[in-house]
Ligand binder design. Sequence first.
Ligand code: 13P
Ligand code: SF4
Length: 303
Amino acid sequence: QEQNRELRERLEQLKKERNAIILAHYYQRDEIQEVADFRGDSFLLAQKAAATDAEVIVFCGVHFMGESAKILAPDKTVLIPDERAGCPMADMVNVDGLRKLKAKHPNAKVVTYINSSAEIKAETDICCTSANAVRVIESLDAEEIIWVPDKNLGHYVQEKTGKKLIIWEGYCNTHDMLTVKDVVEMKAKYPNAEFVVHPECRPEVVAMGDFVGSTTAIIDYCKKSDVQEFIVGTEDGTGYQLRKDSPDKSFHFASKFLVCPNMKVNNLKKLVKCLETMKPQIYVPPTVADKARKSLERMLQVR
Ligand code: 13P
Ligand code: SF4
């Protein structure tokens, strides 16, 4: 506790010295979310990175998020607390594979989930996050759409829009772990609770949801709802904001495995250290960044 207090004081000092803003995803450890200037889901954080006046963006999340921030704000220094915080789903698609699929469907538009590398975004027509995926698909006038890399979100969007997608077989290790059995057991244990679920979960699990949405959508829904008890089908870091917004409501995470180990690689100590040493910094080759930026900016324009 004493050590954390010292770290927090040092962080405040460094933030001023460096003119830095700290962005944190809702899946980060509480000790990081507590000190962040802004917490959000992938969409809100990308929007914030694109709009900030700060000179330095410290991105507490996983690698692709820092990359997206750098692409959207190329003149800023983007720091991440630990380079090893990657996203296994983002690594499930490679440029060669995507190019081959594009060659097979030359007229298709490519829609890429923001959970992907800068190189994949550079091969993309438009990006999306879980918050705007349905709207992004609806905004497209295309006979064929290639969807990478999340098959679960792809199936959900396909169902919502009625548009057939050519779906890549990637998935989030964390959300995909949640099973129908887990949810059935939780519903039996908490019969008065509503089940809120992220569309990165398996289709049969998503189908059980009383509410389906991105991390921010789940947080907003629970805050506004009259219901007092929820079974939560997304990453456990979300509990920080859920409990902060509604201290009198109960939140039961649907499985003990709903923890993204990559998101938890970051901690307060590493956050302070990266601002002290100004590394690791995100670098994206300008030729890649210029192409990738178009697909991200198109996404930000979809309303
Ligand atoms: P959102 O931030 O869009 O809810 O996505 C969840 C996720 O898994 C981020 O890595
Ligand atoms: Fe990737 Fe899933 Fe972790 Fe998000 S929660 S960073 S999609 S592995």
